[in-house]
Design a protein around this ligand. Sequence first.
Ligand code: FES
Length: 246
Amino acid sequence: MAQASAPASTKRRTEPRWWWEPVFTVVSFTAFVVYSLWEVFAHNRGRYANYVSPYFSPDVAGWLHVYWLPALWVAWVPLLFRATCYYYRREYYRAFFQDPVACSIAERPRRYAGETRPPLAWNYLHRFFLYLSIVVVAFLWADAVAAFDFRGRFGMGLGSLVLLVNAVLLSLYTFSCHAFRHWVGGSLDCFTCRGRPRLRYTLWRRVSDLNRRHGLFAWISMFWVWGADLYVRLLIQGTIHDPRWF
Ligand code: FES
């Protein structure tokens, strides 16, 4: 009897260039973390005129009149939000722990405890960092609006656009989060059996659409927030000038 061939979806082959993703992850994560530590621990100022660096927003330290390492008060929220992100976990488990390093590639022979013990077990705190990050995103939108306010008059510079795109990308990243998707649509067995079913169902579908691109938003927003901070930093140092159109 002729052997039935396996469905295409089960024909696993080793992608010859499987290594590029873990290498890209290691290089970009390492560079991002080193840059973030330098920004947080080496600077006491994150504002240039009406532009506020995303690492220094909201200005908690300013409200409390803290002038030493003010970014420390806020930067831990988005950084831990990213560090505990389900998508990033997949990426850095593969890239840094090689558990496994890629699909169809053998794991390294050693005991793997998964997320059953600290510190990896603390990743379950992700949902709480999500709640805090939503607050941070609200302040980033306020900063984006303020970036178009030049001493009480509407204006636009390159920095205005940089901070606006930053708020958009970080919103896409935050609201495509798996924990947010569960928040709006989870713990329900039936969308039509409780109060306001349509609203939650509609929200869940919208968030699910965003969630499919969560990995993409994760990378783009990470590079953009990095670039936005660097832009404000270079303005503060006088290395560059902000082009203004009106
Ligand atoms: S799963 Fe990535 S931010 Fe929540």
